[in-house]
Design a protein around this ligand. Structure first.
Ligand SMILES: [Zn+2]
Length: 480
């Protein structure tokens, strides 16, 4: 029997606000343990939460960008459970009336676009962090993260393979980064994903028993954990066993999932409306104002790059995955309008250096390996025939090293392309005279030696000869 996997994802993303959701403490990552705390986020008796307006704004922005309906009235709820990193004994979240519902995200697959539904997006506060094994037998707790604002983004169970789950996550992260609401850093935990996965016999509609997987801190880990879990569930069922609804942890070292606890149900949390916070009312005018301020999103920008610049879909996809990268590209082509050549330089050279310098971990890259205008001018030098494509690589390396301007480097290093026929012919004649034996072989039919002669001439001119000219002149000399 063959099985079909059914996957839904829950993403927790930390919002990039200055302060926490219900107090004025800093929400920044990386402070000394327990430095960013106050009576409110430590859950002292008698304190009252005050809602951070920015959190609501960022969540509405996300809801609008993912085609959700924004609720005019939503409600805060207490999710009750005990854990040492949760000093109040409950987490303030949203339950029966979330702020955003019913959106979708489109992902690109080989056979076209697939739409993944969003059940809801709600706001909540993050918990602290328990630290084990760092201090002998004692476990420590750091409350800095307590009260850092989170958005929980819950998808419909619309994904049918680990690859679709990966595509959905990448798309979602790209949108959040365009909106500048979350830095999407999975390693630091500001973009965390839990997956619900079940399998069912192919062709049936009823959902199987679902298992929740936690502890995956990269896109690759999510895909691997899902692959493993789908395999495991299929094996259990095909051997006649039954599955249990449970939470399982991904073990990245052994690359297996293992049972953590039986799944808790919503009623275990005894949700009830938080009596300290009023229902949240969002006026229409505010939603309109936020909508008007939305940036162009990756999907429409990609489509525009294809239509306006004639780029292949692949190039447009890579260039628009990040807002700053798409901006960089558009600045470069305003300097010199050769979109495909500039796209090639960005995808090979610029992104290589970006990865080497680990700039891709930044939410916004401000210091690029070289200014976009300089890249545009470098490509212009090639297109104008001033330098060859090969020499352009040398100029590029020099620009990286010194930060110098392309024209100046070409001039100072004497790299201008030689396209004067008589100068090139003189070199060709010298080369052919030195290689008389090979010339005879060529004339006797060893055609593939042609490339060798081209190489020798280019070498003798230190790569400065125009390759088209060399080809044409060599051809006429050898046939002459
Ligand atoms: Zn605080």
């Amino acid at each position: 029997m063959s099985y079909e996997p059914v996957i839904g994802l829950e993403v927790h993303s930390e919002l990039l606000t200055e302060s926490k959701i219900f107090c004025a403490c800093s929400a920044k990552f990386g402070a000394e343990p327990n430095e960013n705390t106050c009576p409110v986020c430590l859950g002292m008796p008698g304190v009252l939460p005050v809602l951070n307006r920015r959190v609501v704004e960022f969540t509405i922005r996300t809801g609008l960008a993912t085609n959700c309906a924004i609720a005019p009235v939503s409600r805060w709820a207490r999710k009750n459970y005990f854990y040492p990193d949760l000093p109040k004994g409950y987490q303030i979240s949203q339950y029966e009336l979330p702020i955003c519902t019913g959106g979708f995200i489109d992902i690109e697959r080989e056979n076209g676009v697939k739409r993944i539904g969003l059940t809801r997006i709600h706001m909540e506060e993050d918990t602290g962090k328990n630290i084990h094994d760092a201090h002998g037998d004692a476990s420590l707790v750091d409350f800095n993260r307590c009260g850092v604002p989170l958005m929980e983004i819950v998808s419909e169970p619309d994904m049918r393979s680990p690859a679709e789950a990966g595509a959905y996550l990448r798309k979602l992260r790209s949108i959040l980064r365009y909106l500048e609401v979350c830095d999407g850093n999975m390693e630091e935990g500001s973009f965390r994903c839990d997956a619900n996965v079940s399998v069912r016999p192919s062709g049936t509609e009823t959902f199987g028993t679902k298992v929740e997987i936690k502890n995956m801190n990269s896109f690759r880990a999510v895909e691997k954990a899902l692959e493993y879990e789908i395999e495991r569930q299929q094996r259990v069922l095909s051997e006649g066993g039954t599955l249990e609804q449970e939470t399982r942890l991904w073990d990245p070292d052994r690359e297996v999932t293992r049972s953590m606890r039986s799944k808790e149900y919503a009623h275990d949390y005894r949700y009830f409306p938080d009596p300290d916070l009023l229902p949240l009312e969002v006026p229409n005018e505010w939603v309109d104002e936020i909508r008007a301020g939305l940036p162009e999103l990756p999907e429409s920008r990609r489509d525009r790059f294809v239509a306006q610049y004639g780029l292949p879909a692949y190039d447009a996809d890579v260039l628009t995955a990040r807002k700053d990268l798409a901006d960089y590209f558009e600045t470069a082509i305003r300097t010199h309008a050769n979109p495909k050549a500039i796209s090639n330089w960005i995808m090979t050279e610029i992104l290589r250096v970006v990865r080497e310098r680990k700039l891709d971990a930044l939410l916004v890259i401000e210091s690029w390996p070289l200014p976009a205008e300089h890249l545009g001018r470098l490509v212009k030098l090639v297109d104008d025939g001033v330098i060859s494509g090969k020499i352009a690589k040398t100029v590029f390396e020099e620009m990286l090293r010194t930060g110098g301007e392309p024209e100046r480097i070409v001039e100072e290093k004497g790299l201008t392309q030689v396209s004067d026929d008589s100068a090139i012919l003189a070199v060709i004649d010298t080369v052919l005279a030195q290689q008389s034996e090979k010339v005879t072989q060529f004339r006797n039919g060893k055609e593939k030696l042609f490339g060798f002669f081209v190489g020798q001439v280019m070498k003798a001119t230190q790569g400065k000869a125009s390759p088209e000219k060399v080809n044409a002149l060599l051809r006429s000399r050898l046939q002459g």
